[in-house]
Design a binder for this molecule. Sequence first.
Ligand code: MN
Length: 741
Amino acid sequence: MIEKVSSDDKIVVNKYRQLLRYSTVTDPVQKKRIRKAYNFAVEAHKDMRRRSGEPYVIHPIEVAIISAKEIGLGATSIICALLHDVVEDTDYTIKDMEVMFGKKVARIIDGLTKISGIFDQSSSLQAENFRKMLLTLSDDVRVILIKLADRLHNMRTLEAMPKEKQLKIASETAYLYAPLAHRLGLFAIKSELEDLALKYKEPEAYNLISKKLQISQEERNKFITRFTQPVRKKLNRQDFGYKVISRTKSISSIWGKMQKKQITFDEVYDLFAIRIILNSTFENEKADCWQVYGTVTDIYIPKQDRFRDWLSVPKANGYEALHTTVMSSEGQWVEIQIRSSRMDEIAEKGYAAHWKYKGQKNSEGGLDEWLNKIRELLQDPNQDALDFLDDFKLNLFAEEIFTFTPKGEMISMPAGSTVLDFAYTIHSEVGNKAIGAKINNKLVPVSQVLGSGDQIEILNSHKQLPKDEWMDIAVTARAKSQIKSALKEGRKQYIEPGKEKLEQCFVEMKLEIDPALIKSFQRYTKTPSENDFYFKLAKGEIGLDELKDFMLKDEKSKSNWLRKLNPFARKPKGNEADLNTVIHEQLHEKPESLLLSKKHAKGKIDYTLANCCNPIPGDDVIGFFQSSGIIDIHRTTCKDATKLMSTYGNSIVKTKWRDKGSVEFLSGIKIYGYDQIGLIREITEVVSSELSVNIRSLNIESSEGLFEGIAMLYVQDTKQLERIISKLIKIKGIENVYRIN
Ligand code: MN
């Protein structure tokens, strides 16, 4: 009996035949395994359909085709590609995979399943997951390669998805997958991913450019034939085979260029490049490339600044070729790329192709080196996922520069790297002790940005220690994380001196050393850890003044302290009660006598506002009875008040503001920033936009584009003052505004 074959089955079988045509697998055992995986995938995904309506299994077969044809992967990868969605989308488990296809296949599928669905998260999770995805690199790089094939097929069939999904998937592709493909040297896949991403992200630009390319295609072809004719004629006399092809720039790179240079499509002069691929032996390929270069530039004049030699020093992703741009006889610049067929295959297919040439010299480095770098970054516990992603992208997009040690060893660095980055690349200790460098025998500081071809000799000093500002000088994640940990280490040395200094402060203030007090003092100075606290003390960033400020603000320690400091406080004149009691009584029994406002001032209490600190309603204040009977009001943070309190503790009166009232108080603010036209007008506008605020004076001094100003204002209270400050700080050019005494 003949079974009726549905048209679906036919499509599937044809797809599978296509896969077999592209696969280079010849071993019958491996072929059988591929067949088994195919049958299994068909069975597992049966009755499932993609959004487009086609049988689901077409997708894994397509992914296998991309893996084989465009990346050049072998049997294991083809099997994994065929099975990549089975565990995720059906009831089969990793264990099932292992039983049927062995450990290796199961591990790769496990990796692929875990990566899947990774990007359905918020931004920081994305980065974290991306990090995880790259971690699997250390297991098996095929996970990443198959994932890229999967993504490419999904991008090719993105049409069937709803609009929002299209945008999300396209963005991820542009942001993560295309750079990853680029880094792995999968140039063709990278370009296609970028073009497809553009198609969904900016359909108008994409359509415009692809249409223009189509229209101009014929004309371009004719030109290329005319242009290459004399070159072919000469090359035909050589003893190596060659082919000449033209490569049109990808749509996304044309668009990139149009945007970057603000030009129209017609103004992009390098729409295409001509590639000459030589069938040379490995031994002769470089010499042959140079010979072709000579031939081409004999006929056409080269543009000096467009010459690129990636033969002598390949790009970090393994790219090798000679590039030059020459003037055609019709007056048009044309880019020529010269490479051997081996170089060409690696350039198009990436490292998978590279592996084919393993065993030949020069094949190490590259991928392994890159994987090692990634692994190093991933394993760095000091770095969080977002930093990692930034660094990853930095390393991807920044063009590389090549620098040299004094002994001539080449070190590739991301463009923008500084002397400090270079020092840390050599060794963490070389970085930690760096004081500068000699670049091409010229003395430069650690902040000097490196250029390609620089020969750098780092100058070290035993006295040198990493500095905080180095975090801003370093560009690479490696340097940054090493500086961070060195700084941490360095801080430890300050702990003991910091403790001693604190003890000294306590002694000076005649206080007992009280751990609880130290803890709250630490909280007051907003230092996150105890070690940071001692570090700041030792460095003098926190001092006796802050400790005194704190004592004044902290009620409990204040009263204790005042009592200890002031002999009179223990035995107040004519009264047995100590100061605390006095304050307490005054506050609770006769509060009106101490609550101050100008309205009441004429009545029971006479007071003045100290002009050393100009207190205004809202400030924490404290009063001093003066011999005249007038209370002098200071802010508790006032340095003069601190001095007064330590000397005349008995005459302290606790005071607080009664109400806002309608009276204005004089207060001063300091403003500084960059001098700009109209700045004074803007400042006065902000100030006078607040009801009832008057400017008493505004003095501004400026020099060399910087200005510093002091404004004396009549305000009602601290809230109003703070409001003005926060408005002023938003003015463009103003860098800082703060209250002054
Ligand atoms: Mn898939």
